[in-house]
Write a protein that binds this ligand. Structure first.
Ligand SMILES: Nc1nc2c(ncn2[C@@H]2O[C@H](COP(=O)(O)OP(=O)(O)O)[C@@H](O)[C@H]2O)c(=O)[nH]1
Ligand SMILES: [Mg+2]
Length: 249
């Protein structure tokens, strides 16, 4: 079979209450497109019926694929999905669909061209945030200020769960990814900047979902530590492209 044009990768952890509706909406979106779409659901570490819901949905829907990993970690799930996917454009998509699914069209040709990576932003001009509690916004801004200062100057929202990668940069970026948790976005974008890949920010409408799995204090500390690790890894050459094998020209 020809490779699909678009792969949608959905990381899912304890998502039994949100996943069914999301898959329904993603399925309808996929069906309404003129190009081919595959959907990869990557479940890991769930204690609930997430995996069962995903598998049941995928029966008789050949464009849906389900993967399971034992350990949890959003970064681990997205990495697996990106490397398994076959689409020309690979879009990671949070299971809560806090951005309307139809917005995906704005991340791919023909609407968007001339980029390697397109990231959703809740902060650039034109973005709208609905129902987000004040404390959460302030927390998010503090984390972003730290990320900008230490690793990614100029990017005002690195943590949003909707990002599109062109297939030809996926192996290079995700192949160098070491972070398995929430900080993996920072690491990927840092490597992308090192390579000079074009990162485009797309302002989106974003709906806060109170069922968040992010622990504001604990996860902020972990992200802070990971940001320093990214810098250290870069200094040690961990993200460098491997040198061509001897004999290659
Ligand atoms: N596969 C997988 N997905 C995860 C894990 N932790 C979080 N996620 C997913 O990451 C996405 C974002 O989580 P969410 O709770 O909505 O975070 P928020 O949007 O930052 O509030 C959802 O699709 C979650 O299911 C994990 O350990 N494994
Ligand atoms: Mg969310």
């Amino acid at each position: 079979m020809l490779n699909p044009f678009l792969s949608i990768i959905i990381p899912a952890h304890n998502e039994e209450s949100r996943l069914q509706r999301t898959l329904q909406q993603v399925g309808e979106f996929a069906q309404s497109q003129t190009y081919s779409v595959e959907v990869l659901i990557v479940e890991n570490g769930s204690q609930d019926r997430t995996l069962e819901i995903a598998r049941t949905f995928a029966i008789e829907r050949p464009q849906f694929h389900v993967f399971h990993i034992d350990e949890r970690g959003k970064g681990l799930a997205v990495k697996r999905g990106m490397l398994e996917a076959r689409g020309e454009y690979r879009f990671m998509c949070d299971a809560d669909l806090s951005m309307p699914v139809t917005e995906i069209e704005r991340f791919i040709p023909p609407a968007l061209t001339e980029f390697e990576i397109a990231i959703a932003s809740r902060e650039t001009r034109g973005a709208v945030r609905y129902n987000e509690p004040f404390y959460r916004h302030i927390g998010g801004r503090a984390i972003n200020a730290m990320i900008r200062l230490l690793t990614l100057p100029g990017l005002h929202d690195t943590q949003c769960g909707f990002k599109c990668f062109r297939a030809d940069v996926v192996d290079d970026l995700f192949g160098h990814q070491t972070m398995v948790g929430w900080s993996f976005d920072v690491e990927l974008l840092y490597i992308a900047r090192m390579r000079g890949y074009r990162i485009i920010e797309i302002p989106i409408p974003w709906y806060f979902n109170p069922e968040t799995k992010l622990n504001a204090v604990q996860d902020a500390v972990i992200i802070g530590r990971d940001v320093l690790t990214v810098r250290r890894n870069a200094a040690r050459g961990i993200y460098d492209r491997s040198l061509p094998e001897e004999g290659d020209s």
